[in-house]
Design a protein around this ligand. Structure first.
Ligand SMILES: C[S@@+](CC[C@H](N)C(=O)[O-])C[C@H]1O[C@@H](n2cnc3c(N)ncnc32)[C@H](O)[C@@H]1O
Ligand code: SF4
Length: 381
């Protein structure tokens, strides 16, 4: 019988990359000395034990190795972490176990080992289907290498996601139409299609500020977004989230936990968690610097630098921010019970065709998703 308990997930952060991509502001670090992967895996296991004590009795529905580049982890390190999770919690029989992979030929050699360790889903960062664009994005793989890795992953794992970045410098609507069509011919039921964001503190941000990197303007970006919706829908992939498209049943169970504002424990440098403890909801975060994080874990069993109860009004704001990204939207009763009131400007936003109320759920329409931040700001005002 399916359980009615909300899904619970575990996020494991692997903070190392071969090279830093110039657009990326994730907690990723390049090391010129070999990384002692097993010592990091052991530290992850210790921090997970700390979370185990805080979340006793919970059933784990999803595990996600994110990064950084988890496909640089030796399969033995992934196996150690998964064994530890299996000892600390009961795993749901259909638990999703995802690992983010960069598609170089070296990393593809690890795929069979990950599968043997228990990984059943990979998310492959193909990012572009043009070699010169991959170079401009600072990627360490060619298109041919990425496609070979993707096809190998599709043969190795029950589920794979094909991930691309669009609205790249100089990209035209016609080029994206062609590129996305080629990607759609390869995909296996799930695609993450992110618009390039210029993040503060990255090399792209410096170049952008200096006028040396021109990205598509708002009107072109909106057209690129519309083409994305049109082509994925025509292929039967539903936009179950702003940037995520899947055949029915192929949605990422893990990411749905975030968007449904469920509980998850995040282990590893710079990982975040949301955990319900009694009547309180806690926000936790760990030290970002990998070696400092490991030293904290060795000294005190965890790398936490933040453990704060979240006020119910803030929970309502977070729920809105997450929930309106997904096609199923938010449960208005849950929102009211957290915030003590209904969302603001509901009638105006509905009249403008930006949101729609279906029973006791509120969803953003296609037009609303294009201006989602503004819609959320109005609802939360
Ligand atoms: C941080 S990466 C980690 C996985 C893996 N290292 C990779 O590069 O695919 C996760 C996803 O975030 C995307 N991403 C990172 N920075 C981004 C940005 N500035 N704009 C859009 N997508 C971005 C990546 O392209 C990737 O699909
Ligand atoms: S995009 Fe991926 S590979 Fe590139 S620096 Fe960020 S985490 Fe590393």
């Amino acid at each position: 019988m399916p359980s009615c308990e909300p899904d619970f997930g575990i996020y494991v952060h692997w903070p190392f990359c071969k090279a830093k991509c110039p657009y990326c502001d994730f907690n990723s670090h390049v090391r010129h000395e070999p990384v002692d992967a097993l010592s990091f895996a052991d530290a992850l296991a210790r921090e997970l034990a700390w979370f185990g004590a805080k979340t006793k009795g919970r059933k784990v529905d999803s595990i996600f190795f994110g990064g950084g580049t988890p496909s640089l982890m030796p399969p033995e390190a992934v196996g150690r972490v998964l064994d530890c999770i299996g000892k600390l919690w009961t795993l749901s029989p259909d638990a999703e176990v995802t690992l983010e992979a960069n598609p170089t030929s070296v990393e593809a050699r690890n795929f069979a080992g990950y599968r043997a360790a228990g990984v059943n889903r990979v998310s492959i960062g193909v990012q572009a289907l043009a070699d010169q664009d991959l170079k401009a994005l600072g990627r360490q793989h060619s298109v041919a290498e990425a496609l070979a890795a993707f096809r190998l992953a599709a043969r190795t794992f029950p589920r794979v996601s094909f991930d691309l970045i669009y609205a790249r410098p100089g990209q035209t609507v016609a080029q994206w139409r062609d590129e996305l069509s080629r990607a759609l011919a390869e995909q296996q039921g799930h695609m993450s299609l992110y618009q390039l964001t210029i993040e503060e503190g990255t090399r792209f941000a410096d170049l952008h500020r200096a006028g040396k990197l021109i990205v598509p303007d708002e009107a072109v970006a909106a057209e690129l977004y519309d083409v994305t919706q049109e082509l994925t829908a025509a292929a039967g992939l539903q936009a179950y989230e702003v940037s995520n498209h899947a055949l029915p049943g192929h949605e990422s169970r893990h990411n749905l936990i975030y968007w449904r504002y469920g509980d998850y424990a995040g282990a590893g440098p710079g990982a975040h968690s949301r955990i319900t403890a009694g009547s309180r909801r806690l926000a936790l975060a760990t030290e970002r610097h990998p070696e400092t994080w490991r030293a904290h874990v060795l000294a005190r069993g965890h790398g936490m630098i933040e453990e704060t109860p979240i006020e119910t009004a803030d929970q309502a704001a977070e729920y809105l921010l997450m929930g309106l990204r997904i096609a199923e939207g938010i449960d208005l009763a849950r929102y009211r019970s957290l915030s003590g009131r209904a969302p603001s400007h509901l009638a105006e936003l509905s009249e403008m065709g930006l949101v729609c109320v279906r029973g006791d759920r509120l969803v953003a329409t296609h037009a609303g998703r294009r201006v989602l931040n503004a819609v959320i700001a109005q609802l939360a005002a």
